[in-house]
Structure formats: structure tokens, C-alpha cells
Design a protein. Sequence first.
Length: 150
Amino acid sequence: MNACQVKCPLMSMLKFTLPALALLIAITVASCNPSNEMANEDHGPTVTLTSANFDEVVLKSDKPVLVDFWAPWCGPCVDLAPTISELARDYEGKAIVGKLNTADFGEIATKYNISSIPALVIFKDGQVVDRRVGLQPKENLAKMLDQVAN
């Protein structure tokens, strides 16, 4: 019997399809990941963005706004949280730094063509002026903000 012919007894007992099993594993890993506890902590003067306040805080702001599109199950997003908090403190009074949970407010992420997270988008005068995808060093994000905060 070769490796392709070996059947997993658990799979046959549970009658899961492979995509369903992959989803179950992803959900289990995310819910068991201790670093996800950080995703729910307060990380400084960042603004929690929702569909109720997005227009007012982001689109109508007289200051540049850095929006961190994230989700609690996203490891790189959780890893980026302290950096986002540091930027919020560093740029307090010069720019607004907000976090939008794409798991809860996917319609906003869709509107701004967010297909991968973390996605970091800078708005100025209600318009997107810059964006980055993936885990970014603080220096890169500071340069992005410096270009529009002057």
C-alpha cells in the first residue's frame, strides 16, 4: 500500500471533506492561540473603527488617518498591534491611527479592495493616498505618515 492509499480513520469517522477539515483546524488554532488574547487588549490611543464611525473619523478628518485593517485570527495582524499603538502615541495630535476589524466590518474592507491583511491604508482629505500589505516595520509606516502629516 502506498501513501496515497492510506486512509485516515478519523476522516472516515467524522465524514469531513478536506476543505471543511482545514477550516476546522484553522478555527481551532486561532481560538487556542494565546497571542490572540493580545488582539482584544487596548493598545494605546488607537481609535477602534466601525461602520458607525468610519466616515466621521476617517473620511471627514482634517488630519491624515492610518487605518490598520486587521482580524483577531490573523497572526501578523496581532504581531503588528504593538507597532500600531506606538505609532498612535508618536503621532498623537498630528495624525489619527485607527484599527478596523475586517471580521466584523468586512463591507468596509471590500469597499477599499482589502484582500489581504494586515493592510495599512493612509487616508488624507477622505482619499486613499498610500497603502501597504503585510507585516511592516515601524520605520516604513512612520515614513508613510511623515509624507502626509506635513
